[in-house]
Design a protein around this ligand. Sequence first.
Ligand SMILES: [Zn+2]
Length: 510
Amino acid sequence: MRRVLTAATTALTLTTAGTMLAGTPAQAVPTGWGRPVVSAAPQPGAPGLGDSYFPDYGNGGYDVEHYDVRLRYEPATDLLTGTTTILATATEDLSTFNLDFLLDVESVRVNGWAASSSTAGAHELVVTPARTVTRGQQLTIVVRYSGVPSEALVNGYTGWTRTDDGALAVNEPESAWWWFPSNDHPLDKATYDISVSVPTGVEVISNGVQPRPPLAEAGNRTRWIWRTTSPTATYLAFMAIGQYDIVTDTSPGGQPVINAYSTSLGALGPAARASIERTAEIVDWESGIFGPYPFEAQGGVAGPVDGISFALETQTRPVYGPGFWRRGANTYVVTHELAHQWFGDSVSVADWRNIWLNEGFASYAEWLWSEEQGEGTAQEVFDFTYASYPADDGFWQVPPGDPGAGRVFDNAVYDRGAMALHQLRLAVGDDAFFEILPTWTTERRYGNGTIEQFQALAERISGLDLDDLFTTWLFTPGRPELANAARKAAPPTEPKSWAKIRESHELMSH
Ligand SMILES: [Zn+2]
């Protein structure tokens, strides 16, 4: 969606030319009017968006507005067939363009014309349209495909999780490749219609709202229909297919709340419910700190016992692995994933190097929740976290502001990331700190951001030069010294929230 700017500029130029033509034709038509414009020949669209960690993720030359993902899934065989219709705008003259995708493509059409396609690289689908695409052109790309996602491997890996009773399309940063062709980078957000036909009796949960109840189809099948109307990054679209109990309600603010619990959870079920059923309460509390909740629906999905081991902030409806409920209810993981709705989902990384903007903030939300619950102040959690990693621990060698492509989910991004935010809060004071957070989410809502832009905002609001603080806490390996030496004199006591926060981060990071 960010690249809409480029398209808007093109549209403006055309409109201006058209107005000139209509208004004063004699003067407005230049001498050369009607002559073909001399320009460079259309080029292939770039196979990546230039991400510093994942250069071939996403593609150049177009911007997607909407994905219509229409699927049919067989839990017994993991066979996925479907048609995805992509509405996009070309941002360059294109001879070919790429999509990121792994399943077998049966056909591609661009604006109704059959196109040819071939595979390239690890996950590229190269589309050659029958007619050259021109900059500013509206594109309707229809891809028909099928495959067994659990067997579509990249370096021996699949981001698709097949389970006993269905599947989970839940992963970060790679998830879409296994179920819909896309421009797979958070820089290109879009809205979604996702519908899936499954054998009757199987549930399908996805993002947003259900614009209509599940539809009966021939052959004892049911089609589940979901709609997301807010801009969504590709990795935040998801599906959970299997045996679920679905609980629907309305939030105090009037939003639909749709939660789902895998029936496989057994004795873990009540702890999952005691956590996820607090979603509307936690969203309300976070709205008071981070600014208005950015999306159209709320909820959570408690995944099956043989599904994912982590949790993911899938937009409007995070998905939680079963491990979070092993020792009873855990509202810290719910607080974390819901905080991502502001930090990560609404304001997304412009480049995966900025992962601290997601994980540092969602982790710090847990510290604020600890204080709210009377289970230890943010300062107490800081002190204990800092003391729990000795100075020579490898933990301190990973700078959360640039952890490296292989360490995007390193524990340092979470724990040291939250510590960095707490240091910022101490440096600028509570008034400025709690103005910086909602200003960030408001100014960049539905867009993207970088750490440098966040630092600039913090400096603007606080009036302080924060270069030393950001450099020390985010970009410099080694344990930062604390200004207050007295704090190190006695070992801090363990906050009541510590065990749950610790356990949650062990499951989230890897
Ligand atoms: Zn997270």
